[in-house]
Each structure stands twice: as C-alpha cells, then as structure tokens.
Ligand binder design. Structure first.
Ligand code: NAD
Ligand code: IPM
Ligand code: MN
Length: 352
C-alpha cells in the first residue's frame, strides 16, 4: 500500500483538540490496504517555547520538511500572555514554515453547505475560493523600528511584492478559475498602494490575455468586504496579497456559517516542498480545553490534503460526511455536541 509520511503539528489551544478529530477522520476515510498515513507528531508552539525557548529549530524544520505533507492545528498563545512577550510563535513557527517550504499559494475555499445557517439572510449559492499569496507582502519582516520607545519612534513594515512571486500565484489562480466557473476577481488597493497595486494589476492583465475565457474583475479591498456581505455568490476565484487575503478569509468564514467551518491549504504547487493543511482559525484561547471547538474546519482541511495527494475520492467522502453532519445539525437534535462527538460522527460517516 502507498505510504504517506504525514507531519502532524497539533500546536496550541484548540489546535490539538481539532487535530485529533481530523486525524480520526483521515484514518477512517482510507483503506490501509491502499494508503497508510505514517504520522510523526511535532510538539511545537507556545508550550514548547515556554519549556525550552525554541519555536522551530533548524533540526525541526528539516525533520518537518522531510515529510510528504503537513497537518497543523493552530499556534499562538493567549494574546497578551506576558510569558510570551518577546516571542513570536506565529512568525517564528507558522510563517517560518510557510516561507521556508515556499508555500506560495494559500488556498481558502468558502462554501455555504446545505442546511448551514449563514448570518446573511439571503446569501444565495456561495462557493468561492480565495487564492491568497503566501510568501510575500507585508508578512516578510522587511522593516524595523528606529528610535524605539521614544515619541519619535518610526516603525516600518514594508510590503514586498516581486514580479516572480505575483506572477506565479496569479497563474495558479487563473488555473483554478479555468477548472471552476471561469471568473477571477483581483482584490487589492490600487488607488492608494500604487506600486504594489500596479504590479498586481499589470500581472493580472498579462496573464488574463492567455485566458480569454476567464472573466476578470477587480475590487478594492474595502469594497470587497461590502460584496462579501451583500452579494457573496458573485465570487468564484479571488486572488489577493498575503495581508488582504488573511483579513477577507476570516470574513468569508464568518459568512459561511462560522470560522469553525473554514479550511485552508498552504500549497507548494511545484511539489519541491511539502504542503501544509490547517484550519483558517487560530488557537482560540477563549474556548480551549472545553471541548467546544468545532473540528469541521480541521476536518475539511484534510479533504484539501487528500485532494493534494491525488486522493480525490477520499476527499469527496470527507466532504460528503461533513455535509451530512452539517445537515443533521440544522435539524436541531445535535446541538451542543463536543469537539469529539462531532469528530466521531464525521468519522463514522466516512467509514460507513
Ligand atoms: P481565533 O481564530 O483563535 O479565534 C477567534 C474567535 O473564533 C474566538 O472567539 C474563538 O473562540 C472562535 N473560534 C476559532 N476557532 C473556532 C472553532 N474551531 N470552533 C468554534 N469557535 C472557534 O483568533 P484570535 O483570537 O485572533 O487568535 C488567537 C491566537 O491564535 C493568537 O495567538 C493568534 O496569533 C493565533 N492564530 C493562529 C493561527 C494559526 O495557527 N493558523 C490563525 C489565527 C490566529
Ligand atoms: C492565518 C493566521 C496567520 C496569518 C497568523 C497567525 C500568522 O491569522 O493563518 O490566517 O496571518 O496568516
Ligand atoms: Mn488569519
């Protein structure tokens, strides 16, 4: 049978709770005679940092990188925890992985599943995917602080956008559009961020010429937040930079019925490095340890992982089991289930 070497990083807060359910579903959906997930668990995150002072050592990085794929829960302590002052788990661990493994496509699909109550009264048929750039933008750490702590402090965080980096993610987004409803929306802020915006716009126009059947649209990032709420069914593929993509995908999660339903993949399309799958949400310190976290986002992230591994049938079974579980929730007789009960129900659904 095919062996898939899977690095598992449960992380902090609700991360381990939702990852346990995702792994349960992953093990249930494949027949070990066909595929076996050979899992290595990595204890990384705030607890490891507090115990050892390490976030992600070079040895950790090369060990993780030697796997076929990565499943991650969430990392990051309680915002404002004084013991973590000076540490930056998010940057030192999560962003370090995304950058080092060249996961330049951050794929974040949004669907309103049948039976799920969106906070929007008439959302329509919502099914779009945000292709968020994953390795550039204001996330690169290009900047610094001058005269720190003084009234004259200057704090710079310079967005880096390369023609190479923009073109490869825009090409990926057009390929997605070709496979979907053939509509692509660039989201940026070209009216103010003229340098980066100009590059994004030019690259989209150039690549669009190679895809005459894809309808191309543009929205400023502020305006896209309007239409995500008033008319979300207009979107098919949205391509955008790292920071705008971060912000609008939390909104997208909320309109789809909750951030606990939103999956993501950090993809290295060339396959030179392993791709990493994780829910869009964070470690949710406010509900950690209470069995209240919805594991659906982590479970749907395993469907993206299975797609990436070419196991599309298994991915479809995960989505079908999630769909059935969400429909059952809408009947009201499954309210207030624990994280584990939801995971058990979906795992039973995939093996049935
Ligand atoms: P968050 O996503 O952790 O939580 C925002 C809100 O959503 C909270 O009220 C939380 O209870 C709720 N929520 C999140 N996931 C849920 C789930 N599965 N089921 C039900 N409710 C859920 O965002 P935050 O509070 O801004 O960040 C908390 C920590 O997580 C911070 O340290 C942050 O840096 C980190 N973070 C990590 C990741 C990641 O690892 N990918 C992503 C986002 C935030
Ligand atoms: C996400 C998170 C991360 C991001 C943080 C924790 C670095 O918010 O995955 O959406 O901004 O990309
Ligand atoms: Mn985010």
């Amino acid at each position: 049978s095919r062996q898939v070497r899977l690095a598992v990083i449960p992380g902090d807060g609700i991360g381990p709770e939702v990852v346990a359910e995702a792994v349960k579903v992953l093990d249930a959906v494949v027949d070990p005679a066909d595929v076996q997930f050979d899992k290595t668990y990595f204890e990384l995150g705030a607890d490891r940092y507090l115990a050892t002072g390490d976030t992600l050592t070079d040895d950790d990085l090369s060990a993780v990188a030697s796997h076929d794929a990565i499943l991650l829960g969430a990392v990051g302590g309680r915002p404002g925890d004084p013991r973590l002052a000076g540490a930056n788990i998010e940057r030192g661990l999560l962003l370090k992985l995304r950058f080092a493994l060249d996961q330049y496509v951050n794929l974040r699909p949004t669907t309103i599943f049948p039976g799920v109550t969106s906070p929007l009264s008439e959302p329509g048929a919502v099914d779009f995917v945000v292709v968020r750039e994953g390795t550039e933008g204001p996330y690169v750490g290009n900047g610094g602080v001058i005269r720190a702590g003084t009234p004259h402090e200057i704090a710079n965080e310079v967005s880096v956008n390369t023609a190479f980096g923009v073109e490869r993610v825009v090409r990926y987004a057009f390929e997605q559009a070709e496979k979907r409803r053939k509509k692509l929306t660039l989201v940026h802020k070209t009216n103010v961020l003229v340098n980066a915006g100009g590059l994004w716009k030019r690259v989209v126009d150039e690549v669009a010429a190679e895809h005459p059947d894809v309808a191309v649209d543009y929205l400023h990032v502020d305006a896209v937040t309007i239409f995500l709420v008033t008319d979300p069914s207009r979107f098919d593929v949205i391509v955008t930079d790292n920071l705008f993509g971060d912000i609008i995908t939390d909104l997208a999660g909320a309109i789809s019925g909750g951030i606990g339903l939103a999956p993501s993949g950090n993809i290295n399309p060339d396959g030179a490095f392993p791709s990493m799958f994780e829910p869009v949400h964070g470690s949710a310190p406010d509900i950690a340890g209470q069995g209240k976290a919805d594991p659906t986002a982590a479970i749907l992230s395993t469907a993206l992982l299975l797609d990436h591994l070419g196991l599309e049938d298994a991915a479809a079974r995960v989505r079908a089991a999630v769909t059935a579980d969400l429909e059952r929730r809408s009947t009201g007789d499954t309210q207030a289930r624990t994280t584990q009960q939801i995971g058990d129900a979906i795992a039973a659904g995939v093996s049935a």
